[in-house]
Design a protein around this ligand. Structure first.
Ligand SMILES: Cc1cc2nc3c(=O)[nH]c(=O)nc-3n(C[C@H](O)[C@H](O)[C@H](O)COP(=O)(O)OP(=O)(O)OC[C@H]3O[C@@H](n4cnc5c(N)ncnc54)[C@H](O)[C@@H]3O)c2cc1C
Length: 449
């Protein structure tokens, strides 16, 4: 039988562009793949999957390069990169968009905006749409339109077939519906290589954004007000709040409201009346300006990072707030922070078992962030994240699979709760030979390593 050849743009360690092609957004845990194939179409993806199976080569699938733990990279193997497949086709009449899976959020928002439409997705423009959607997808329209995966209608995927083959299939609510279910929150890299995603899109024109800033001294009152207010606010309003290390002396709440700035000003009163804000900004803008407002340039740039997170289902008691305060007082550097996004609203309307995204009762997603410059600082920063997460664990529940953390021992429960069992059944149907494998990948039944 003739052996399959790799097709697409191929980069090896002998090429000048290797380092650019190799690195991900997280510069820690660096990896050195042997070959990176930048697929240009589904045929290249099929060839790549057949090639790794015929040659028994380790491989990973990659798109936006934002995996916190670099699960989209592997030493000495092949990276199947689909980021050069990013065509977007919008059908304004049917209000659907078919998006090739390599598109990043910037490409998605800018193209959909030309048609006066959008989907609810994340904030940083360089994040890959596919990785974000497969794990759920939260952002500044979550409480209005649900998670990104709640707006997904269909995927096309190259799956492993037989012992050495590969084939292109579609999954939606009717066909391969169990696979479709798993792709709405089950996390990237588990079942196959997604080549396109079709979404229900929403009309959008103007929205209002806000930003309120306080100093460290208002820590407790601001956290208390925000956690009671943000998850219960009008569901057209989604907000985030970041508590930075004490040395940075900054607490910043921001958010987006699908409505007028006048109404937003009223809705914000509980927040703006708390403590002594050092800055309050509320403005109505064309939607695309709001997208740019939340697109933090520092998140888009590769850096040394360790991140983790949890969900909050009940407001934090004073003890938990003081724990956060203690850790931020003793943070490894000024860039360390604890970030939150309000959930509820449309994201909370779906049953926890209706999609693979389990944590529908969460009111807040809480994220722990550490960034540093010199590799010598790594240990201290990782330790800080680990200790902080452990100290807050009595008050939090589960973890967001899109914020993977290799330090989580019982990751199946943490990411998937009661949905893990069904995810394994889907895995057994679509990938019985465990072709798609990485640390914390869902194993088929009877295969656990
Ligand atoms: C700076 C930054 C900002 C972020 N902002 C948000 C946010 O606002 N909201 C939010 O919900 N999350 C956010 N995230 C988390 C983000 O959703 C995840 O990191 C997501 O997995 C990134 O996907 P990617 O395609 O960019 O990354 P990659 O590293 O390319 O892939 C991530 C995972 O998906 C798999 N994968 C990639 N392509 C495919 C494919 N075609 N088919 C199947 N599996 C594939 C990979 O193997 C890997 O396991 C952010 C992350 C970072 C680092």
């Amino acid at each position: 039988m003739e052996r399959t050849k790799l097709t697409g743009r191929i980069v090896t360690s002998n090429d000048a562009e290797y380092d650019d092609a190799r690195i991900n957004n997280n510069l820690s845990f660096p990896k050195f793949p042997k070959v990176i194939v930048f697929c240009q179409n589904s045929k290249d993806v099929l060839n790549a999957l057949k090639w790794v199976r015929e040659n028994h080569t380790p491989f990973r699938v990659r798109s936006g390069r934002h995996s916190y733990e670099n699960f989209s990279l592997v030493n000495g193997g092949l990276i199947i990169d689909i980021s050069e497949m990013y065509k977007i086709k919008v059908n304004r009449e049917k209000m659907i968009a078919r998006i090739e899976a390599g598109a990043d959020l910037g490409q998605v928002y800018n193209t959909l905006w030309k048609y006066g439409t959008t989907i609810p997705a994340g904030t940083e423009s360089s994040v890959g749409l596919v990785g974000l959607t497969l794990g759920g997808g939260i952002g500044m329209l979550t409480r209005r339109f649900g998670l990104t995966c709640d707006n997904l209608l269909e995927i096309e995927m190259v799956r492993a077939c037989g012992k050495r083959g590969a084939k292109l299939i579609k999954a939606n609510r009717k066909n391969n519906h169990d696979l479709f279910w798993a792709c709405c929150g089950g996390g990237g890299g588990n079942f196959g290589i997604v080549t396109s995603l079709t979404f229900r899109i929403h009309p959008v024109s103007r929205v209002s954004v806000f930003s309120v800033t306080w100093g460290w001294k208002d820590f407790e009152s601001v956290f208390n007000t925000w956690q009671d207010w943000a998850p219960q606010a009008d569901e057209s309003l989604t907000s985030e709040i970041e508590f930075k290390a004490k040395k940075a002396n900054e607490i910043i709440a921001q958010g987006e409201f699908v409505g007028t700035s006048h109404r937003l000003k009223q809705l914000l009163k509980p927040l703006t009346k708390t403590g002594s804000p050092t800055n309050v900004m509320i403005k109505e803008v064309p939607y695309i300006e709001a997208v740019r407002f939340f697109d933090d340039p520092s998140g888009n740039q590769p850096a040394h990072r360790k991140r983790s997170g949890s969900f909050i289902e009940k407001p934090f008691p004073q003890r938990a707030i003081l724990t956060m305060k203690h850790f931020l007082e003793n943070a490894p550097n000024e860039k360390a922070a604890i970030w939150h996004q309000s959930l509820g609203g449309a994201a909370g309307l779906t049953d926890p078992k209706a999609t693979a995204f389990y944590y529908r009762d969460a009111i807040i997603a809480q994220e722990y962030l550490a960034t540093w410059n010199n590799p010598e600082e790594e240990r201290l920063n990782i330790r800080w994240i680990k200790d902080l997460k452990r100290a807050l664990s009595p008050f939090t529940t589960g973890d967001y699979v899109n914020w993977p953390d290799s330090l989580i021992k019982d990751w199946p429960t943490a990411y998937y709760g009661e949905n893990f069992k069904r995810l394994r059944e889907v895995k057994t149907t679509y990938d019985p030979y465990y072709t798609f494998k990485f640390p914390q990948s869902i194993p088929p039944i009877n295969k656990w390593s």
